[in-house]
Ligand binder design. Structure first.
Ligand code: SF4
Length: 101
């Protein structure tokens, strides 16, 4: 794989077995991206319901926010570069946790 395009700062392992609640900020982002409907149901193009329900049970120990983050939320995070063999390539830039706009 070529790593030259976007510099990653962290490689974060995707873990399973904990359903971490998606934060309100994450939900808002998902809705804005058209990946979640008003009822909170996830709809991501190209991903089957089965894959989505599996992804919902995955999480990362986010090094930027210093907490466990649902993989779906990580997937739409501005730091997300790609996921490769169970690992997230993360830009590692500071995130505005409480940004409300
Ligand atoms: S992409 Fe975002 S949520 Fe995922 S590990 Fe990096 S900072 Fe955390």
């Amino acid at each position: 794989m070529s790593e030259g395009d976007i510099q990653h700062k962290y490689i974060v392992e995707v873990k399973e077995g904990k359903s971490i609640r998606i934060s309100d900020t994450g939900k808002r982002e998902l809705k804005e991206l058209g990946m979640m409907d008003d009822k909170g149901k996830l709809k991501i193009k190209g991903l089957s319901a089965k894959m989505l329900s599996r992804m919902k049970k995955e999480y990362v120990e986010c090094p930027v926010l210093s907490k466990d983050v649902n993989f779906i939320e990580c997937y739409v995070c501005s730091n997300f570069i790609s996921r490769l063999r169970g690992q997230v390539y993360c830009k590692g830039e500071p995130l505005a946790v409480n940004a409300s706009t």
